[in-house]
Design a protein around this ligand. Structure first.
Ligand SMILES: Nc1ncnc2c1ncn2[C@@H]1O[C@H](COP(=O)(O)OP(=O)(O)OP(=O)(O)O)[C@@H](O)[C@H]1O
Length: 255
């Protein structure tokens, strides 16, 4: 039986005075891996930020694990990796400290016990940073930062992982580690919603793709084929010699 873990129905949202989501329907069922795709500015990040409560909705319904989002409190069931932030944020913290912060939602009275420390170690191990556990996150590369953020999300052993562009700006070695980590999570039944610019190395993991354009769902179904994405009908392409203000020519699903 399918069990919706995330459910958005006719969701509208505004940022500033601008309507960014214009009635989005999106369901992610238990155990599914769904990619949220679309051009820059199509509303992908805003859509996931409505799910975690960072952007208020002006209309429509959101449910998490079958509970209306405004009443949902069980945040330890969900791991979130935000877009393009650094784990450091200027604060000198070690890899272990940052990852441990992801475990606090599970720790009774905010005190980390043996099982919590083991989960933290396991998460650091999963993303291949065991040898950097005591290092300051300021000393890490962009790709390693991203791995720390993913370990932080995994530390609470979530049933649902939401990741906003996890591969953006990440070196090849880290991309491989991330793909392997995600494969492991998917194999143990974690539900995943991924905001992606392109499917890339994660393509084999994706069950379904939802493509947004201008705050609306353009496609909900099998992932578009990675090869020849740019040849698909609907792809936005601005020719380098086009006059300023020229409308993009739409020829594919993904841009
Ligand atoms: N704080 C804000 N105030 C007003 N408009 C905003 C704000 N943040 C984002 N926007 C606009 O909302 C639209 C959707 O942004 P969003 O980040 O959701 O798109 P996206 O599909 O995730 O794009 P990207 O791939 O570039 O991350 C964009 O046009 C963006 O410029």
């Amino acid at each position: 039986m399918t069990e919706p873990v995330i459910s958005l129905r006719a969701v509208r949202a505004e940022l500033g005075s601008r309507t960014v989501l214009r009635g989005i329907d999106l369901t992610v069922n238990r155990g599914e891996v769904v990619a949220l795709l679309g051009a820059n500015g199509s509303g992908k990040s805003t859509a996931v930020r409505t799910v975690i409560g960072q952007v208020p909705v002006t209309d429509g319904e959101i449910e998490l694990f079958g509970t209306p989002r405004r009443r949902f409190r069980d945040w330890r069931r969900l791991g979130y990796v935000p877009q393009r932030t650094t784990a450091a944020g200027g604060v000198p913290a070690t890899v272990t400290e940052v990852v441990a912060s992801g475990r606090l939602s599970r720790a009774r009275l905010g005190i980390l016990r043996k099982a919590d420390h083991e989960a933290i170690r396991r998460a650091i191990d999963l993303v291949g940073l065991a040898d950097r556990a005591k290092d300051s996150v300021n000393a890490l590369s962009g790709g390693q930062h991203q791995r720390v953020l993913i370990a932080r999300a995994l530390a609470s052993e979530p049933e649902l992982l939401i990741m906003d562009e996890p591969m953006a700006g990440v070196d090849l070695a880290s991309q491989e580690v991330l793909a392997r980590t995600l494969r492991g999570e998917v194999a143990r039944g974690t539900t995943v919603l991924l905001v992606l610019h392109e499917l890339g190395p994660l393509e084999p993991l994706i069950d379904r793709a939802v493509v947004l354009r201008d705050g609306c769902v353009l496609h909900d179904g099998p992932p578009p084929k990675a090869v020849g994405q740019h040849a698909l009908p609907g792809h936005d392409h601005v020719h380098p010699h086009a006059a300023p203000g020229t409308e993009p020519v739409r020829t594919g699903l993904l841009s």
